[in-house]
Design a protein around this ligand. Structure first.
Ligand code: TEU
Ligand code: CA
Length: 557
């Protein structure tokens, strides 16, 4: 069925460099800091690292606004530091995936600086410039970060498109000269020896160049119908693959809202597409029509349905990825688990889910030892442009700051971006100086140092889970068969491969849940579990996670 490749078997660790480790005391995490921690990374049992952007940037949006694609952000270090890091990773058998952000650049990139000077500048068509309509912007599109997606530029009196902040003008992929530049910069990094790319918002690179108005108030629907999945998407991806990727053994993972189970094939074509994609189904489950700052309750039934639908969709072509948190969302345990009473058990449960699903798992820094959300007291505390812009929109709708901050504390991106908690010292061992963003006040209770070599810790559990996955192909290649769909607390599934039949039981609740009849009285060996005592096989205790290897002769129902 599915051919074996290294990237299917990989376990990926995501590093947000600004918040990982500061080596020189300026309060900003950097490349040397990562190099200092390579043995820690290796000890997790992961084998690939994905770095969020480290390129030259005015840093309007956490480095996703790039002004020099072949340069390192000076705050993060030099190209020599980068080469050292890459060597250090490879020496330990770890691979490196870079973030490729080419749906847009920074407005400070030389291309855009040129582009805005005159209508006949050779770089004009690297971006989307349009005249206004009826005294306003060319259409009614809204940016991801609030407000119109068009910005009027005085120099020429035209508007440019920016799906994200106004300092992130969208690049025009219709222009072959731009595509050639993208190919060149990918080659630059691949020739240095990097092992792949995570392609930021790849879903939006092909625009509907007549720019039709959106006809819905639902933001996620607007994304699907108007921003993402454009007419030339497949062609652009195929071109990158033919001209660049086919010459290297690399991993490509596409990111982007608007990718659905129905259109995933367009991205993943085995011969011509990306290796895999991130799907956002579960990540948008608790977002209402207004998007991130319009939260709605989510149900376990829907959560399970999303995993089932995606697994089925990806069977036909391609390969999936599994993540429960990243730099764009709240902390995994605060969102899907219980970060208070059952903090340890529920963190381990989420680790069990993450590392026992079909699809390549991505662990976000800090989740391996249970880092949690923070509490901002005011919008001013936020370091994220999305939260600041979200607040200006929300206040127009009549929300008080207190109400908005509550929502931001639940859903905002700051939650994921606080400094790594290495130990309980003043700045959690992240920096000797003043950190660019406040350390979470729970650093004394939640840090690496306390959990290392502590057998019952979340960190040690994660290591056991990565090892289990690495040594048992059933967890990588095995079929995924969900057991029941209705239960609001239990998430139960089989992984089946050759003679191996494994059963994974996860109780997403603080109650003891009696098993459905088909799960009881099974002969099985426990492979791992977040409770140390032997299981009854009749019920799951609060936030219990257990993986059972079913013994020979056992019939699957
Ligand atoms: O995010 C892409 C994106 O569209 C969203 O999934 C994400 O929720 C975002 O935070 C907007 O709400 C990518 C990056 O991961 C993100 O950090 C960048 O801000 C964005 O692209 C723009 O480059
Ligand atoms: Ca630094």
């Amino acid at each position: 069925m599915s051919t074996k490749t290294w990237w299917k078997e990989a376990i990926i660790y995501q590093i947000y460099p600004r918040s990982f480790k500061d080596s020189n005391g300026d309060g900003v995490g950097d490349l040397r800091g990562i190099t200092e921690k390579l043995d820690y990374i290796k000890s997790l049992g992961v084998d690939t690292v994905w770095l969020n952007p480290i390129y030259k940037t005015p840093n309007d949006d956490g480095g996703y606004d790039i002004s020099g694609y072949n340069d390192i952000q000076p705050e993060f270090g030099t190209m020599e530091d980068f080469n050292d890091l890459l060597r250090g990773l490879h020496r330990r058998g770890l691979r490196l995936i870079m973030d490729l952000v080419v749906n847009h650049s920074s407005d400070e990139h030389p291309w855009f600086v040129e582009s805005r000077t005159a209508k006949d500048n050779p770089y004009r068509d690297f971006y989307f410039w349009r005249p206004g309509k009826d005294g306003g912007p060319p259409n009614n599109w809204l940016s991801f970060f609030g407000g119109s997606a068009w910005q009027l530029d005085q120099t020429t009196g035209e508007y440019y498109l920016h799906l994200f902040s106004k300092k992130q003008p969208d690049l025009n992929w219709e222009n072959p000269a731009l595509r050639n530049e993208v190919h060149k910069l990918m080659k630059f990094w691949l020739d240095k020896g990097v092992d792949g790319f995570r392609l930021d918002v790849i879903s939006a690179i092909s625009k509907r160049t007549d720019f039709p108005d959106t006809d819905t108030m639902d933001f996620n629907e607007t994304i699907r119908k108007f921003y993402a999945n454009g007419p030339r998407l497949k062609e652009f991806i195929r071109e990158m693959r033919t001209i660049v990727w086919n010459k290297y053994d690399l991993l490509t993972v596409g990111e982007g809202p608007g990718i659905t189970p129905d259109n995933a094939e367009d991205y993943l074509d085995n011969e011509h597409g990306l290796n895999m994609i991130f799907h956002f189904g579960h990540m948008f489950l608790d977002q209402g029509p207004g998007g991130r700052f319009d939260p709605v309750p989510w149900s376990m039934r829907d959560f399970k349905k999303i995993f089932k639908t995606w697994d089925e969709a990806l069977l036909k072509k391609g390969w999936g990825s599994i993540f429960l948190g990243n730099h764009d969302f709240a902390r995994m345990v605060s969102r899907w688990g219980d970060d208070k009473k059952y903090w340890s058990l529920s963190s381990k449960l989420l680790g069990t889910l993450l590392l026992s699903m079909r699809g390549t798992p991505f662990i976000f820094q800090g989740d391996e030892f249970g880092m949690t959300n923070i509490e901002l007291n005011s919008v001013d505390d936020s370091m994220d442009i999305e939260t600041h812009n979200g607040w200006s929109e929300a206040r127009k709708r009549g929300l008080t700051e207190e109400q908005f901050v509550k929502i931001a504390n639940y859903a905002g991106r700051d939650n994921a971006r606080t400094p790594m908690q290495w130990d309980g010292s003043a700045q959690a061992g992240f920096t000797m100086g003043i950190p660019w963003m406040k350390v979470n006040t729970n650093k004394d209770a939640i840090n690496v140092s306390d959990q290392q070599s502590e057998p019952d810790s979340i960190l040690e559990y994660f290591k056991r889970m990565t090892n289990l996955r690495k040594t048992n192909p059933v967890l990588v290649y095995g079929q995924y068969i969900p057991v029941e769909t209705e239960n609001e607390s239990l998430f139960v599934y089989y992984r089946i491969w050759e003679i191996e039949k494994w059963l994974i039981v996860l109780n997403f609740s603080s109650e003891t849940i009696v098993f459905p009849p088909e799960l009881t009285n099974r002969k099985a060996t426990k492979m791992i579990g977040n409770y140390s005592t032997v299981d009854s096989l009749d019920a799951a205790r609060p936030w219990e996670a257990v993986i059972l290897r079913l013994c020979d002769g056992d019939e699957l129902s």
